[in-house]
Design a protein around this ligand. Structure first.
Ligand code: FAD
Length: 413
Protein backbone atom coordinates (compact mmCIF):
# COMPACT_ATOMS: atom_id res chain seq x y z
CA UNK A 1 0.00 0.00 0.00
CA UNK A 2 1.67 3.35 0.90
CA UNK A 3 4.64 4.31 3.11
CA UNK A 4 2.95 6.62 5.65
CA UNK A 5 2.58 5.19 9.15
CA UNK A 6 -0.99 4.05 9.70
CA UNK A 7 -3.50 5.62 12.06
CA UNK A 8 -4.87 2.91 14.36
CA UNK A 9 -8.66 2.44 14.62
CA UNK A 10 -10.52 -0.03 16.79
CA UNK A 11 -13.59 -0.40 14.54
CA UNK A 12 -13.83 1.10 11.07
CA UNK A 13 -17.15 1.31 9.24
CA UNK A 14 -16.69 2.02 5.53
CA UNK A 15 -19.74 3.81 4.10
CA UNK A 16 -22.24 5.97 5.96
CA UNK A 17 -25.64 5.58 4.33
CA UNK A 18 -28.49 3.29 5.48
CA UNK A 19 -26.21 0.41 6.46
CA UNK A 20 -23.24 2.39 7.80
CA UNK A 21 -25.16 4.87 9.97
CA UNK A 22 -27.56 2.30 11.44
CA UNK A 23 -24.63 0.02 12.20
CA UNK A 24 -22.56 2.81 13.81
CA UNK A 25 -25.50 3.96 15.95
CA UNK A 26 -26.42 0.46 17.14
CA UNK A 27 -22.82 -0.48 17.92
CA UNK A 28 -22.13 2.73 19.82
CA UNK A 29 -25.34 2.30 21.84
CA UNK A 30 -24.47 -1.31 22.67
CA UNK A 31 -20.85 -0.58 23.63
CA UNK A 32 -20.27 3.16 24.24
CA UNK A 33 -16.56 2.72 25.06
CA UNK A 34 -15.72 1.40 21.57
CA UNK A 35 -13.82 3.78 19.32
CA UNK A 36 -15.69 3.73 16.02
CA UNK A 37 -14.51 5.53 12.88
CA UNK A 38 -16.95 5.99 10.01
CA UNK A 39 -15.62 6.76 6.53
CA UNK A 40 -18.19 8.59 4.39
CA UNK A 41 -17.53 11.35 1.84
CA UNK A 42 -21.06 12.73 1.41
CA UNK A 43 -22.34 15.76 3.33
CA UNK A 44 -25.89 14.72 2.41
CA UNK A 45 -27.85 11.63 3.38
CA UNK A 46 -30.53 10.35 1.00
CA UNK A 47 -33.66 8.35 1.77
CA UNK A 48 -33.68 6.57 -1.58
CA UNK A 49 -37.02 4.71 -1.25
CA UNK A 50 -38.69 8.14 -1.52
CA UNK A 51 -37.39 8.65 -5.06
CA UNK A 52 -40.14 6.39 -6.44
CA UNK A 53 -42.69 8.78 -4.93
CA UNK A 54 -40.77 11.85 -6.12
CA UNK A 55 -40.85 10.44 -9.67
CA UNK A 56 -44.54 9.65 -9.24
CA UNK A 57 -45.38 13.18 -8.06
CA UNK A 58 -46.31 12.12 -4.52
CA UNK A 59 -43.33 13.56 -2.62
CA UNK A 60 -40.82 16.36 -3.10
CA UNK A 61 -37.12 15.85 -3.74
CA UNK A 62 -36.30 17.82 -0.57
CA UNK A 63 -38.22 15.32 1.56
CA UNK A 64 -35.68 12.65 0.58
CA UNK A 65 -32.50 14.39 1.77
CA UNK A 66 -31.01 15.63 5.03
CA UNK A 67 -27.62 16.91 6.17
CA UNK A 68 -25.31 14.07 7.08
CA UNK A 69 -23.61 15.75 10.09
CA UNK A 70 -26.48 15.49 12.61
CA UNK A 71 -27.04 11.85 11.61
CA UNK A 72 -23.52 10.76 12.62
CA UNK A 73 -24.02 9.12 16.03
CA UNK A 74 -22.52 11.02 18.96
CA UNK A 75 -19.03 9.82 19.85
CA UNK A 76 -18.42 8.27 16.40
CA UNK A 77 -15.47 9.72 14.50
CA UNK A 78 -16.50 10.87 11.02
CA UNK A 79 -13.72 10.58 8.46
CA UNK A 80 -14.97 12.62 5.50
CA UNK A 81 -13.08 10.68 2.85
CA UNK A 82 -13.37 7.70 0.51
CA UNK A 83 -11.73 4.31 0.77
CA UNK A 84 -9.32 4.02 -2.16
CA UNK A 85 -8.11 0.46 -1.44
CA UNK A 86 -8.68 -2.36 1.05
CA UNK A 87 -5.81 -4.55 2.27
CA UNK A 88 -7.51 -7.08 4.57
CA UNK A 89 -4.40 -9.30 4.76
CA UNK A 90 -2.72 -6.48 6.71
CA UNK A 91 -5.89 -5.08 8.38
CA UNK A 92 -5.36 -1.82 6.56
CA UNK A 93 -7.09 0.46 4.11
CA UNK A 94 -5.97 3.51 2.17
CA UNK A 95 -8.01 6.70 1.93
CA UNK A 96 -8.41 8.65 -1.28
CA UNK A 97 -6.58 11.62 0.30
CA UNK A 98 -3.60 9.34 0.98
CA UNK A 99 -4.06 8.42 4.65
CA UNK A 100 -3.54 4.87 5.83
CA UNK A 101 -5.77 3.28 8.51
CA UNK A 102 -5.06 0.13 10.43
CA UNK A 103 -8.11 -1.49 12.02
CA UNK A 104 -8.87 -4.21 14.50
CA UNK A 105 -12.36 -4.74 13.02
CA UNK A 106 -13.83 -3.62 9.71
CA UNK A 107 -17.48 -3.32 8.70
CA UNK A 108 -18.04 -2.77 4.98
CA UNK A 109 -21.19 -0.83 4.04
CA UNK A 110 -20.30 0.73 0.69
CA UNK A 111 -23.56 0.00 -1.13
CA UNK A 112 -23.44 -0.72 -4.84
CA UNK A 113 -22.27 1.08 -7.94
CA UNK A 114 -24.59 2.49 -10.62
CA UNK A 115 -22.98 1.93 -14.03
CA UNK A 116 -24.69 4.60 -16.16
CA UNK A 117 -21.82 4.57 -18.68
CA UNK A 118 -22.46 0.91 -19.51
CA UNK A 119 -25.38 2.02 -21.71
CA UNK A 120 -24.09 3.74 -24.82
CA UNK A 121 -25.34 7.32 -25.21
CA UNK A 122 -27.26 7.34 -21.93
CA UNK A 123 -25.19 9.83 -19.92
CA UNK A 124 -25.37 12.42 -22.73
CA UNK A 125 -29.16 12.46 -22.67
CA UNK A 126 -30.18 11.79 -19.04
CA UNK A 127 -32.43 14.63 -17.89
CA UNK A 128 -33.40 15.61 -21.45
CA UNK A 129 -35.41 14.23 -24.39
CA UNK A 130 -37.76 12.43 -22.00
CA UNK A 131 -34.94 10.20 -20.66
CA UNK A 132 -34.87 9.87 -16.88
CA UNK A 133 -34.29 7.62 -13.86
CA UNK A 134 -35.61 7.42 -10.31
CA UNK A 135 -32.26 5.88 -9.37
CA UNK A 136 -30.82 9.40 -9.13
CA UNK A 137 -31.72 12.11 -6.62
CA UNK A 138 -31.17 14.74 -9.33
CA UNK A 139 -33.36 13.03 -11.93
CA UNK A 140 -36.37 11.86 -9.91
CA UNK A 141 -38.11 15.30 -10.23
CA UNK A 142 -37.53 15.17 -14.01
CA UNK A 143 -39.36 11.81 -14.07
CA UNK A 144 -42.45 13.49 -12.66
CA UNK A 145 -42.09 16.45 -15.03
CA UNK A 146 -42.03 14.02 -17.99
CA UNK A 147 -44.95 11.93 -16.67
CA UNK A 148 -47.05 15.05 -16.07
CA UNK A 149 -46.26 16.60 -19.44
CA UNK A 150 -46.63 13.53 -21.65
CA UNK A 151 -49.42 14.08 -24.14
CA UNK A 152 -49.37 10.53 -25.51
CA UNK A 153 -47.08 8.15 -27.38
CA UNK A 154 -44.74 5.40 -26.24
CA UNK A 155 -43.39 5.06 -22.70
CA UNK A 156 -40.58 2.56 -22.08
CA UNK A 157 -39.43 1.32 -18.66
CA UNK A 158 -36.26 -0.75 -18.34
CA UNK A 159 -34.78 -3.21 -15.85
CA UNK A 160 -31.15 -4.44 -16.12
CA UNK A 161 -29.70 -7.80 -14.98
CA UNK A 162 -30.01 -8.63 -11.28
CA UNK A 163 -28.86 -7.96 -8.65
CA UNK A 164 -30.03 -4.37 -8.38
CA UNK A 165 -31.18 -2.34 -5.39
CA UNK A 166 -34.92 -2.47 -4.88
CA UNK A 167 -35.75 -4.91 -7.63
CA UNK A 168 -39.33 -3.59 -7.65
CA UNK A 169 -38.44 0.06 -8.34
CA UNK A 170 -38.21 -0.31 -12.17
CA UNK A 171 -41.88 -1.37 -12.29
CA UNK A 172 -43.17 0.81 -9.43
CA UNK A 173 -42.73 3.89 -11.61
CA UNK A 174 -44.45 2.14 -14.54
CA UNK A 175 -47.58 1.69 -12.41
CA UNK A 176 -47.53 5.24 -11.01
CA UNK A 177 -47.05 6.75 -14.47
CA UNK A 178 -49.65 4.53 -16.16
CA UNK A 179 -52.11 5.31 -13.37
CA UNK A 180 -51.56 9.05 -13.85
CA UNK A 181 -52.07 8.78 -17.60
CA UNK A 182 -55.21 6.70 -17.16
CA UNK A 183 -56.71 9.15 -14.68
CA UNK A 184 -55.93 12.04 -17.04
CA UNK A 185 -57.07 10.35 -20.28
CA UNK A 186 -53.60 10.41 -21.80
CA UNK A 187 -53.31 7.70 -24.40
CA UNK A 188 -49.81 6.36 -23.70
CA UNK A 189 -48.59 2.90 -24.68
CA UNK A 190 -46.42 1.45 -21.88
CA UNK A 191 -43.74 -1.22 -22.32
CA UNK A 192 -41.61 -2.89 -19.65
CA UNK A 193 -38.28 -4.26 -20.89
CA UNK A 194 -36.51 -6.55 -18.46
CA UNK A 195 -33.46 -8.69 -18.81
CA UNK A 196 -35.18 -11.17 -16.45
CA UNK A 197 -37.69 -13.90 -17.24
CA UNK A 198 -40.51 -12.74 -14.95
CA UNK A 199 -41.97 -9.57 -13.43
CA UNK A 200 -40.51 -10.40 -10.00
CA UNK A 201 -38.00 -12.87 -8.53
CA UNK A 202 -40.54 -14.44 -6.13
CA UNK A 203 -43.13 -16.32 -8.25
CA UNK A 204 -45.86 -15.81 -5.63
CA UNK A 205 -45.70 -12.04 -6.19
CA UNK A 206 -44.85 -12.27 -9.90
CA UNK A 207 -48.27 -13.79 -10.61
CA UNK A 208 -50.04 -10.93 -8.87
CA UNK A 209 -47.89 -8.38 -10.70
CA UNK A 210 -48.66 -9.97 -14.10
CA UNK A 211 -52.29 -9.05 -13.49
CA UNK A 212 -51.40 -5.50 -12.52
CA UNK A 213 -49.26 -4.96 -15.64
CA UNK A 214 -52.10 -6.32 -17.73
CA UNK A 215 -54.62 -4.04 -16.02
CA UNK A 216 -52.72 -1.06 -17.44
CA UNK A 217 -52.52 -2.62 -20.90
CA UNK A 218 -48.74 -2.48 -20.54
CA UNK A 219 -46.60 -5.00 -22.43
CA UNK A 220 -43.77 -6.85 -20.68
CA UNK A 221 -40.77 -7.87 -22.80
CA UNK A 222 -38.58 -10.50 -21.11
CA UNK A 223 -34.91 -11.25 -21.80
CA UNK A 224 -34.31 -7.77 -23.24
CA UNK A 225 -31.54 -5.52 -21.98
CA UNK A 226 -31.20 -1.79 -22.75
CA UNK A 227 -27.79 -1.29 -24.38
CA UNK A 228 -27.94 2.09 -26.14
CA UNK A 229 -29.97 5.30 -26.16
CA UNK A 230 -30.14 7.91 -28.92
CA UNK A 231 -31.72 10.79 -27.02
CA UNK A 232 -31.98 13.28 -29.87
CA UNK A 233 -33.95 10.81 -32.01
CA UNK A 234 -35.69 9.17 -29.02
CA UNK A 235 -34.64 5.65 -29.96
CA UNK A 236 -33.64 2.92 -27.47
CA UNK A 237 -31.72 -0.22 -28.42
CA UNK A 238 -32.29 -3.52 -26.63
CA UNK A 239 -30.17 -6.66 -26.85
CA UNK A 240 -31.24 -10.22 -26.03
CA UNK A 241 -29.12 -13.09 -24.66
CA UNK A 242 -28.16 -14.20 -28.19
CA UNK A 243 -26.90 -10.72 -29.05
CA UNK A 244 -29.84 -9.83 -31.31
CA UNK A 245 -30.70 -6.13 -31.16
CA UNK A 246 -33.99 -4.35 -31.56
CA UNK A 247 -34.74 -0.63 -31.63
CA UNK A 248 -37.77 1.06 -30.11
CA UNK A 249 -39.04 4.62 -30.53
CA UNK A 250 -40.05 6.38 -27.33
CA UNK A 251 -41.54 9.61 -26.05
CA UNK A 252 -40.62 8.76 -22.46
CA UNK A 253 -37.86 6.43 -21.24
CA UNK A 254 -37.35 5.48 -17.59
CA UNK A 255 -33.97 3.77 -17.21
CA UNK A 256 -32.81 1.59 -14.33
CA UNK A 257 -29.02 1.59 -14.69
CA UNK A 258 -26.88 -1.58 -14.64
CA UNK A 259 -25.48 -2.16 -11.14
CA UNK A 260 -22.46 -3.93 -9.65
CA UNK A 261 -20.28 -4.10 -6.60
CA UNK A 262 -18.18 -0.94 -6.16
CA UNK A 263 -14.82 -1.12 -7.99
CA UNK A 264 -12.92 -0.64 -4.71
CA UNK A 265 -14.45 -3.90 -3.43
CA UNK A 266 -14.11 -5.76 -6.74
CA UNK A 267 -10.41 -4.94 -6.81
CA UNK A 268 -9.78 -6.15 -3.26
CA UNK A 269 -9.32 -9.50 -1.52
CA UNK A 270 -12.67 -8.90 0.20
CA UNK A 271 -14.51 -9.77 -3.02
CA UNK A 272 -16.00 -13.15 -3.80
CA UNK A 273 -16.76 -14.50 -7.25
CA UNK A 274 -19.29 -11.84 -8.27
CA UNK A 275 -17.21 -8.93 -6.94
CA UNK A 276 -19.39 -8.43 -3.84
CA UNK A 277 -18.08 -8.75 -0.26
CA UNK A 278 -18.03 -12.47 0.43
CA UNK A 279 -19.87 -13.07 3.71
CA UNK A 280 -21.69 -15.93 5.37
CA UNK A 281 -25.36 -15.37 4.48
CA UNK A 282 -26.53 -15.76 8.09
CA UNK A 283 -23.74 -14.36 10.29
CA UNK A 284 -22.69 -11.64 7.77
CA UNK A 285 -19.09 -12.31 8.80
CA UNK A 286 -16.51 -12.45 6.02
CA UNK A 287 -15.81 -16.01 4.88
CA UNK A 288 -12.03 -15.57 4.89
CA UNK A 289 -11.28 -12.57 7.16
CA UNK A 290 -12.73 -13.15 10.64
CA UNK A 291 -12.41 -9.50 11.70
CA UNK A 292 -14.46 -8.25 8.72
CA UNK A 293 -18.25 -8.02 8.49
CA UNK A 294 -20.46 -6.51 5.80
CA UNK A 295 -24.08 -5.48 5.41
CA UNK A 296 -26.36 -3.64 3.01
CA UNK A 297 -26.19 -3.62 -0.76
CA UNK A 298 -22.45 -4.45 -1.00
CA UNK A 299 -22.64 -8.09 0.15
CA UNK A 300 -22.95 -11.29 -1.88
CA UNK A 301 -25.92 -12.56 0.18
CA UNK A 302 -28.82 -13.61 -2.06
CA UNK A 303 -31.43 -11.35 -0.46
CA UNK A 304 -33.23 -8.37 -2.01
CA UNK A 305 -30.96 -5.33 -1.75
CA UNK A 306 -33.26 -3.06 0.25
CA UNK A 307 -33.31 -0.78 3.29
CA UNK A 308 -35.82 -3.26 4.72
CA UNK A 309 -33.11 -5.93 4.65
CA UNK A 310 -30.62 -3.64 6.39
CA UNK A 311 -33.13 -3.11 9.20
CA UNK A 312 -32.78 -6.85 9.94
CA UNK A 313 -29.04 -7.03 9.24
CA UNK A 314 -27.50 -4.43 11.52
CA UNK A 315 -28.65 -6.05 14.83
CA UNK A 316 -27.11 -9.32 13.58
CA UNK A 317 -23.76 -7.70 12.77
CA UNK A 318 -23.71 -5.88 16.13
CA UNK A 319 -24.28 -9.17 18.01
CA UNK A 320 -21.66 -11.10 16.07
CA UNK A 321 -19.08 -8.32 16.03
CA UNK A 322 -19.35 -7.84 19.79
CA UNK A 323 -19.00 -11.61 20.29
CA UNK A 324 -15.83 -11.44 18.19
CA UNK A 325 -14.47 -8.52 20.21
CA UNK A 326 -15.27 -10.37 23.45
CA UNK A 327 -13.84 -13.62 22.05
CA UNK A 328 -17.08 -15.25 23.10
CA UNK A 329 -18.10 -17.51 20.25
CA UNK A 330 -21.17 -18.72 22.17
CA UNK A 331 -22.58 -15.19 21.93
CA UNK A 332 -22.15 -15.06 18.14
CA UNK A 333 -25.74 -16.14 17.66
CA UNK A 334 -26.97 -13.35 15.40
CA UNK A 335 -28.47 -14.84 12.27
CA UNK A 336 -29.95 -12.95 9.31
CA UNK A 337 -32.76 -14.89 7.60
CA UNK A 338 -32.67 -13.05 4.27
CA UNK A 339 -35.66 -10.84 5.04
CA UNK A 340 -36.40 -8.23 2.40
CA UNK A 341 -39.41 -6.07 1.68
CA UNK A 342 -40.59 -4.28 -1.41
CA UNK A 343 -43.61 -1.96 -1.24
CA UNK A 344 -44.83 -1.99 -4.86
CA UNK A 345 -46.75 1.18 -5.66
CA UNK A 346 -49.40 -0.34 -7.92
CA UNK A 347 -51.26 2.97 -8.28
CA UNK A 348 -51.27 6.36 -6.57
CA UNK A 349 -52.77 5.54 -3.17
CA UNK A 350 -52.20 1.75 -3.15
CA UNK A 351 -49.24 -0.51 -2.44
CA UNK A 352 -48.70 -4.28 -2.68
CA UNK A 353 -46.41 -5.16 0.23
CA UNK A 354 -44.09 -7.92 -0.97
CA UNK A 355 -42.10 -9.47 1.88
CA UNK A 356 -39.92 -12.56 1.67
CA UNK A 357 -36.90 -14.33 3.08
CA UNK A 358 -34.08 -16.38 1.59
CA UNK A 359 -35.00 -18.81 -1.18
CA UNK A 360 -38.22 -16.97 -2.02
CA UNK A 361 -40.04 -17.86 1.20
CA UNK A 362 -43.09 -15.61 1.38
CA UNK A 363 -43.70 -13.90 4.73
CA UNK A 364 -45.95 -11.11 5.89
CA UNK A 365 -45.86 -8.70 8.81
CA UNK A 366 -49.63 -8.39 8.54
CA UNK A 367 -52.37 -10.94 8.92
CA UNK A 368 -53.75 -10.60 5.41
CA UNK A 369 -53.02 -11.66 1.82
CA UNK A 370 -49.84 -9.75 0.84
CA UNK A 371 -50.72 -9.89 -2.88
CA UNK A 372 -53.58 -7.46 -2.47
CA UNK A 373 -52.68 -3.77 -2.98
CA UNK A 374 -53.98 -1.72 -0.06
CA UNK A 375 -54.37 1.92 0.93
CA UNK A 376 -52.93 1.21 4.39
CA UNK A 377 -49.64 0.08 2.81
CA UNK A 378 -49.51 3.29 0.76
CA UNK A 379 -49.83 5.22 4.00
CA UNK A 380 -46.96 3.17 5.38
CA UNK A 381 -44.80 3.85 2.30
CA UNK A 382 -45.58 7.56 2.19
CA UNK A 383 -45.75 8.47 5.88
CA UNK A 384 -44.64 5.69 8.20
CA UNK A 385 -41.50 4.29 6.53
CA UNK A 386 -39.77 7.69 6.22
CA UNK A 387 -40.41 8.29 9.94
CA UNK A 388 -39.14 4.79 10.72
CA UNK A 389 -36.05 5.44 8.61
CA UNK A 390 -34.95 8.77 10.07
CA UNK A 391 -36.00 8.12 13.68
CA UNK A 392 -35.53 4.40 14.25
CA UNK A 393 -33.29 2.74 11.65
CA UNK A 394 -30.69 5.50 11.50
CA UNK A 395 -30.69 5.63 15.30
CA UNK A 396 -29.71 1.96 15.31
CA UNK A 397 -32.86 0.86 17.08
CA UNK A 398 -33.86 -2.74 16.55
CA UNK A 399 -37.48 -2.49 15.33
CA UNK A 400 -38.42 -5.97 14.25
CA UNK A 401 -41.96 -6.13 15.55
CA UNK A 402 -44.36 -7.32 14.37
CA UNK A 403 -42.18 -10.17 13.16
CA UNK A 404 -42.85 -11.14 9.54
CA UNK A 405 -44.14 -14.71 9.50
CA UNK A 406 -45.01 -17.31 6.90
CA UNK A 407 -48.81 -17.11 6.58
CA UNK A 408 -50.26 -20.60 6.35
CA UNK A 409 -53.63 -19.20 5.24
CA UNK A 410 -52.04 -17.63 2.16
CA UNK A 411 -51.15 -20.30 -0.35
CA UNK A 412 -49.87 -20.27 -3.87
CA UNK A 413 -52.54 -20.49 -6.57
P1 FAD B 1 -25.94 3.13 -0.16
O1 FAD B 1 -27.18 3.73 0.31
O2 FAD B 1 -25.69 2.96 -1.58
O3 FAD B 1 -24.74 3.79 0.59
C1 FAD B 1 -23.39 3.53 0.34
C2 FAD B 1 -22.61 4.66 1.02
O4 FAD B 1 -21.23 4.40 0.85
C3 FAD B 1 -22.87 6.04 0.38
O5 FAD B 1 -23.20 6.96 1.38
C4 FAD B 1 -21.58 6.38 -0.33
O6 FAD B 1 -21.29 7.78 -0.30
C5 FAD B 1 -20.57 5.59 0.48
N1 FAD B 1 -19.41 5.20 -0.32
C6 FAD B 1 -19.39 4.73 -1.59
N2 FAD B 1 -18.12 4.48 -1.96
C7 FAD B 1 -17.34 4.79 -0.90
C8 FAD B 1 -15.95 4.73 -0.66
N3 FAD B 1 -15.09 4.29 -1.59
N4 FAD B 1 -15.48 5.09 0.55
C9 FAD B 1 -16.34 5.52 1.53
N5 FAD B 1 -17.67 5.62 1.35
C10 FAD B 1 -18.16 5.25 0.15
N6 FAD B 1 -35.43 -0.13 -0.15
C11 FAD B 1 -36.51 -0.49 0.59
O7 FAD B 1 -36.36 -1.13 1.63
N7 FAD B 1 -37.78 -0.15 0.20
C12 FAD B 1 -38.01 0.58 -0.92
O8 FAD B 1 -39.17 0.87 -1.23
C13 FAD B 1 -36.89 0.98 -1.71
N8 FAD B 1 -37.09 1.71 -2.84
C14 FAD B 1 -36.00 2.16 -3.54
C15 FAD B 1 -36.22 2.95 -4.66
C16 FAD B 1 -35.15 3.47 -5.38
C17 FAD B 1 -35.42 4.31 -6.59
C18 FAD B 1 -33.82 3.19 -4.94
C19 FAD B 1 -32.64 3.78 -5.68
C20 FAD B 1 -33.59 2.39 -3.83
C21 FAD B 1 -34.67 1.86 -3.13
N9 FAD B 1 -34.50 1.02 -2.02
C22 FAD B 1 -35.58 0.61 -1.29
C23 FAD B 1 -33.15 0.46 -1.72
C24 FAD B 1 -32.44 1.12 -0.55
O9 FAD B 1 -32.48 2.51 -0.67
C25 FAD B 1 -31.00 0.62 -0.53
O10 FAD B 1 -31.02 -0.80 -0.51
C26 FAD B 1 -30.24 1.09 0.69
O11 FAD B 1 -30.31 2.48 0.83
C27 FAD B 1 -28.79 0.64 0.59
O12 FAD B 1 -28.05 1.17 1.65
P2 FAD B 1 -26.47 0.94 1.75
O13 FAD B 1 -26.05 1.72 2.95
O14 FAD B 1 -26.15 -0.50 1.67
O15 FAD B 1 -25.87 1.57 0.42
Amino acid sequence: MNNTSPKYCQVVIAGGSTAGISMAAALKAARPELHISLIEPSQQHYYQPAWTLVGGGAMTQQQSVRDQAPLIPKGVEWIRDRVAAFDPDNNQLTLETGGLLEYKYLVVALGLQLNWAAIEGLEQTLGANGVTSNYSFDLAPYTWQCVKNLKGGRALFTQPPMPIKCAGAPQKILYLAADHWRRNNVSAESHFFTQGAAMFGVPFYAKALNKIVASYGATPHFGMNLTAVDGANQVATFTDAEGNTRTEKFNFLHVTPPQSAPDVIKQSALAGAGGWVEVDRNSLQHKRFDNVFALGDCTDTPNAKTAAAIRRQFPVVVTNLLASIDQNSAAANGSYDGYGGCPLTTEKGKVLMAEFRYDGEVVSSFNCDPRVPRRFYWWMKEKFFPLLYWNVILKGRDWNKPEAKPRPGVTEE
